[in-house]
Design a protein around this ligand. Structure first.
Ligand SMILES: [Zn+2]
Length: 312
């Protein structure tokens, strides 16, 4: 079973969305040594990202062999163009798609905890839109372990939802200190049942995440954005992933693509193939087992998401 735990549903495309998100793909293309111009990446973004019905998502899952995708929305209370109404409209679209494809898609709402009405917004996402969890981008400027966040996490815990939260530095205007994995430390104490996926595992700062994940049973991480290194610096990627698995085990590391943002640079099918071939292709002195790869690609996520009983 292949599960992508990190995919951004983008109902409609605007210049602003492309400008904001394409630069990550442009940076990844540089690391990967792909001869793609920023213009080519932006053009592809305009052509392929908008997906108001989920049809594009399902088509790309068919094409790449992904069985289940966790789609997420992102809220940013610091962006004056985003109002609670526009955010809830997006959350409803994500929830509707998940309800249309209940075996293929699971939705996470985007709600910024700094909004005064955030707890009610999230409650409505669960009750009316059928979401299964919450997505955070704390580097927009809030502490995921702070008081505002706790009001929201109480609602999340009430509905037994999962939290996918960005970790790891990004380029400005990302406020990287809020993406520090250690800010998630108290969640395991105050919300012991809450399943938390630290997107990117803190990225290059993965040791900070692994140090926690090794001790906290419900803290996980995903491989989104790591494909820049997987394709661009294969040996470095293998070394880092091996160390990560040696510290925390393959039950903690989940496949995620950050699609469709990085689909402008590399196909999901090729990402899966690269992981599948790790046991064969890893450089001398580094070994991966097929069990580890299957765990990363979906078996671990299936048990976290409560899908283990389903057919692959
Ligand atoms: Zn993301």
């Amino acid at each position: 079973m292949i599960i992508d735990v990190h995919y951004h549903l983008i109902p409609g495309i605007t210049e602003e969305i492309v400008a904001r998100s394409a630069r990550y793909a442009i940076r990844a293309a540089e690391i990967m040594g792909k001869g793609l111009t920023p213009e080519a990446i932006k053009k592809k973004a305009f052509e392929t990202w908008a997906d108001p019905t989920g049809d594009r998502l399902i088509a790309s899952m068919e094409e790449s062999g992904v069985d289940l995708t966790v789609i997420c929305m992102v809220d940013d209370a610091g962006n004056s163009r985003l109002t609670p109404e526009t955010i809830q409209r997006g959350n409803k679209i994500a929830g509707d798609i998940a309800q249309r494809y209940p075996d293929r898609v699971m939705a996470l709402a985007g709600v910024d905890p700094r909004r005064p009405g955030a707890p009610d917004m999230l409650r409505r996402c669960f009750q009316e839109f059928g979401v299964k969890g919450l997505k955070y981008h704390p580097d927009y400027g809030y502490d995921p372990g702070g008081a505002d966040s706790y009001r929201l996490l109480e609602v999340l815990a009430e509905y037994n939802g999962i939290l996918l939260t960005h970790t790891g530095p990004l380029m400005p205007p990302s406020r990287c200190k809020f993406a520090e994995p250690l800010l998630l430390a108290d969640l395991a104490v105050d919300f012991p049942e809450l399943k938390v996926i630290a997107a990117h595992m803190g990225f290059i700062n993965w040791r900070s995440w692994a140090n926690l994940a090794a001790h906290q049973p419900n803290l996980y991480g995903d491989l989104a954005m790591w494909d820049a290194y997987a394709f661009g610096r294969y040996e470095l990627f293998c070394r880092e992933l091996r160390d990560i698995l040696d510290y925390v085990g393959a039950s903690k590391v989940l496949f995620g693509t950050d699609g469709p943002i990085f689909n402008t640079v590399e196909l999901t099918r090729n990402r899966i193939q690269l992981l599948r071939e790790l046991p064969l292709n890893a450089p001398k002195g580094i070994r991966f087992t097929e069990e580890e790869v299957e765990a990363i690609l979906g078996n671990s996520a299936a048990s976290i998401l409560g899908l283990s009983g389903r057919d692959g």
